[in-house]
Design a protein around this ligand. Sequence first.
Ligand code: ATP
Length: 359
Amino acid sequence: MNVPPPTAAPLTGPLTVTGTAVSLAGIHKSFGPHVALRGVSLDVRPGEFVALLGPSGCGKTTLLRALSGLDRIDAGTISIDGTDVSRVPVDKRDIGMVFQSYSLFPHLTAAQNVEFGLRMRKVDAARRAVRVQEALDMVGLGDRGGRYAHELSGGQQQRVALARALVTRPRVLLLDEPLSALDAKVRVKLREQIRRIQRDLGITTVFVTHDQEEALAVADRVAVMHDGVIEQIGTPEELYRRPVSPFVADFVGLSNVLEGVARGAEIEVCGRVLPVLGPPVEGDVSVYVRPEDVAFTLDSGGVDATVVASSFLGSLRRTSVRLADGTIVAVQHDASDRREPDEAVRLRFAGYPVVVRPR
Ligand code: ATP
């Protein structure tokens, strides 16, 4: 007798899934004395692509494993589509997963790997064949179904892993650093492909990465994690332009940290007055300024500095300069504007500080 699949999605018809809301509330998880998650709450909207971003050890994988059901949580609630699944085992949560290491079964072909989940769900052979071909076509490997893992590149193996995760039409897709073993060009191509497929399917997705460029490039929203908590969640633009803390300002993009003195809605930095965004501050502050918000100027009112080094970055250049007090400042500017070490320059501040913190 056929066992009904645990998935709510039908097993025939077009390969689409409707978006599902995922909600994590007050998640705590410890490993012995080590607290890995300290009351994490996160709401992922139906069809949304959320990246968990943070340095090694901040708890990203622990949060993903908690959501998948691979690990039990100590406290908190996990719900999918409004149903509490906190105590539902991993194979009943209807979640597709792709991990960092290539996890294909080496003794099975690509098609057999993709077919595996359908066999487990006792889908009949004819329907399995159609579904496997659909899934392989979706990842652009429709003609490679007969290959074994060792006959596929790393990027192709991860695409097979993605097809395998999606073939059962899960409600949620979890990706744990799926690109980190790949070289830079393949990473960029594959992340774009993942994003396209995710959008086409409308599948709610949580993606773990420690690579800020990757997170900002693909996600609808990024949750920046730090020491077992989500420090900020927002769109890539919100995180970059309005980081809530020095940690986020440092982790997402580059920042110059300058000393200043705040007086309400203004701060004096290097003898120049800059506006403050957000609540007024008073007294000695650290001021975080993005490299593209500092520019060279010929104006005699500019801040004197000396060029230390300049790096060519394709369409732009990043030049580090030393101020009179020894502070090093990065300036991002047009690549055609070449600066030489020891050259005397003047700077102006062209934008708002992204963070202002009492010192
Ligand atoms: P990375 O980017 O390095 O994978 P991460 O942000 O995913 O890091 P986690 O793997 O979630 O971090 O780990 C969070 C913390 O919990 C770390 O300090 C880690 O050492 C600890 N930890 C994770 N799994 C276990 C475990 N099974 N036993 C003991 N400690 C663990």
